[in-house]
Design a binder for this molecule. Structure first.
Ligand code: IVH
Length: 650
């Protein structure tokens, strides 16, 4: 690669990235991107002086700082006046029209994240500053550079401040919290906290890993001459910023209300959390005329959506018994209207959570409902206690079958296999999407089948007939026949679904797939050693499988006879080679995409896993190898460069 080709490659990578992160419309594959990226890295290593400011290698986030310095915004970052209902909006409009009658409005969602000021000088991102107190914030430029929707350079040479909200999409937020739970870390209460926390990481590689998104909503210091805010924003998007969803211009009260109604109704459908709609005067001249109060601009207002956080009181804590016997506490709260939904329960996750948050009966608490997830208690208002609160006592017996509970600290367990709650939930689980995916077996129907005595175990499902089903309330011909058809369709499903549907404790979808791929129907005849040897399966899981098989061998065989799940086909046996039967982990940038290298190793009979553990035989690393490399070194795992791997194969 020569300098010219290098420049072209950087531009090409930035174009790919723009399509992916800004337009949300990818134009290439990871493989093509990775290959070109690797060439750019190589060129930069050999010619560090040629490094371009907007090279994607500037975004990797390998900088760890020991604290943030303060920085002054070029112009103040204001806050917004809030209104909560039509009356509030009308008052604001009356005030605003008094200042200027000839105005129109620009409406856009109010994103619930962390506000950020980006300063560009000579077309380069020079500073990224948190809002702070509006005058001075924290300088977090290194972290900001890892956000792919923040352009590192723009085609605008005069100094400009671009303001916007940094958000985490809801699906990403769930992933982060899932991961944190797994690793025993405290979960983030909401995407806003997660976004703000991610921005303030001293290690920018953590920020890089969070998939933050920057949504511009305005400018600070600027020399733009557009007459309308809507034109200014169009110009900002044209510089390479991501266009937030659903902005529109409109006239007057009725139209604003209409846009607000639709946005509020659809708020759950947005990728990010919204907490309202911002209404702004569209005419820049009018904006300048109107000016500011001590805190807020007079030309815009936040029309908030009905709160998703509400204060209520804990009336009771009830217990639910799951299919594994795990007992989960659920708070019953005073019915509270959140956003049109009356909330009466909130999850408490487990008994540790009750202790950690010190939740007592009759406590006043803040509950949060976001989207369609089950509401949760995010805070106890301990300062409002009046002595009427009662500490919660852990139960000692199962609320359903009354047998004694096993206390495992975090979890309490009902050990009675015939406990009604356990049976009903395991039938429901058996039919669920990640198991046999049998339509028509929701909780209500499973309960009815169980209570009528028709179904006392999953095996009974397959003895159901039209006549039997028609004896149940609410079952007419069509519904009964549909259920029988779905049961019939469950036959011949993939083998892992069968394994998963058994509900073996600690064995989820991934482990079910591993067991199926390796043993098929022979999984009931394997030894602990054979099972533990599989990547991703530990001692606890292996023991659980063996114990389950010991107790339920007959049932498994009968079910298998009925369901005839498909035996997985074995891959052709690989020739002898140093990687056969070994587990490898790949990290860093290689000469080919990691997918291609994975495929090659798998064809040699190796397993390629995503994370390094004691069971890893080889770590194969490319450029920019990160924490996996360190971990492998710590564990004494043999580390090979890509070249060394290839030599070994030959
Ligand atoms: S305009 C005068 N537009 O809400 C301040 N702000 O409550 C300019 N926010 O600090 C704000 N989405 O961080 C504006 N579409 C949007 C917004 C938005 C979120 C945040 C912003 C601001 C806060 C004020």
């Amino acid at each position: 690669m020569n300098l010219n080709e290098y420049k072209k490659a950087v531009a090409q990578l930035n174009l790919y990235s723009y399509h992916y992160y800004v337009l949300d419309d990818p134009i290439t594959t990871d493989e093509v991107y990775d290959k070109l990226y690797h060439e750019v890295v190589e060129y930069e290593e050999q010619n560090p002086d040629d490094m371009l400011k907007d090279s994607p290698t500037q975004r990797v986030g390998d900088i760890v700082s020991d604290g943030f310095t303060k920085a002054k915004h070029l112009s103040r970052m204001w806050s917004l006046e809030d209104v909560f209902d039509s009356e509030g909006l009308q008052k604001w409009l009356t005030k605003t029209y008094k200042l200027d009658k000839n105005i129109s409005f620009y409406c856009e969602p109010k994103f619930d994240g962390a506000s950020l000021n980006l300063i560009y000088e000579n077309g380069e991102l020079s500073q990224g500053i948190t809002r702070g107190d509006g005058e001075i914030g924290e300088l977090i430029t290194q972290n900001i550079k890892t956000i792919r929707s923040v352009p590192l350079t723009i085609e605008h040479k005069e100094t400009i401040e671009i303001r916007g909200e940094v958000v985490i999409f809801k699906d990403e937020f769930d992933k982060i919290n899932e991961q944190r739970l797994k690793e025993g870390e405290a979960v983030f209460a909401n995407p806003r906290n997660a976004a703000a926390g991610s921005l303030r990481q001293l290690d920018s590689s953590i920020t890089a890993s969070r998939n933050l998104v920057f949504l511009p909503y305005g400018v600070g210091v600027n020399s733009l001459e557009h007459k309308l805010l809507s034109q200014k924003m169009e110009y900002i998007y044209s510089l390479g910023f991501r266009r937030p969803p659903n902005s529109s211009t409109c006239q007057g009260y009725n139209e604003i209300e209409e846009i607000y109604e639709v946005m509020n109704r659809n708020r759950d459908g947005y990728a990010m959390m919204l907490d309202g709609m911002v209404v702004k005067v569209n005419e820049i001249a009018a904006q300048i005329d109107m000016g500011y109060t001590v805190k807020n601009p007079r030309f815009s207002v936040a029309y908030k959506f009905p709160a998703v956080e509400k204060i209520t009181r804990v009336k009771d804590i009830i217990l639910q018994v799951g299919r594994t016997g795990a007992v989960t506490p659920v708070a019953i709260v005073e019915p509270t209207d959140i956003d049109g939904v009356v909330v009466e329960r909130a999850t408490l996750h487990n008994f540790d959570e009750i202790d950690r948050k010190d939740i007592r009966l009759n406590d006043k608490v803040i509950i949060l409902r976001s989207g369609d997830v089950i509401p949760k208690i995010i805070k106890v208002l301990t300062h409002e206690r009046d002595g009427s609160e009662v500490e919660y006592q852990r139960p000692t017996s199962c609320p359903v079958c009354n047998s004694e509970l096993l206390d495992e600290g975090v979890l309490l367990k009902c050990q009675n296999l015939t406990c009604e709650a356990r049976v009903i939930n395991s039938i429901y689980y058996f039919a669920s999407k990640s198991c046999l995916n049998i339509d028509g077996l929701g909780t209500k129907i499973v309960e009815a089948l169980f209570n009528s005595g028709l179904v006392r175990s999953v095996l009974d499902l397959f003895d159901l007939t039209l006549d039997k089903l028609l004896t149940l309330e609410g079952f007419k011909d069509k519904k009964a026949q549909n259920l029988l058809d779905s049961l019939e369709n469950a036959k011949g499903s993939e083998y892992w679904r069968f394994v998963n549907s058994l509900g073996i404790e600690h064995v989820g979808e991934v482990a079910s797939k591993t067991l199926s791929e390796n043993f098929g129907s022979n999984f009931i005849n394997t030894s602990k050693e054979e099972i533990i040897a599989l990547e991703g399966i530990g001692e606890e899981m292996a023991e659980s499988v063996l114990e389950f098989v010991r107790v339920n061998r007959e049932t498994i065989l009968k079910l298998q006879e009925i369901l005839q799940p498909l035996e997985p086909t074995k891959k052709a046996e690989a020739k002898e080679n140093p990687f056969k039967g070994k587990t490898a982990v790949l990290t860093g940038t290689m000469s080919e995409s990691r997918g291609a290298i994975k495929e090659m190793l798998e064809s040699l009979g190796a397993k390629v896993s995503g994370s390094v553990s004691k069971k890893t035989d080889f770590l194969i690393y490319g450029e920019d190898a990160g924490s996996k490399y360190d971990k492998a070194m710590d564990l004494g795992v043999e580390c090979l460069t890509e070249q060394e791997m290839r030599e070994k194969i030959e």
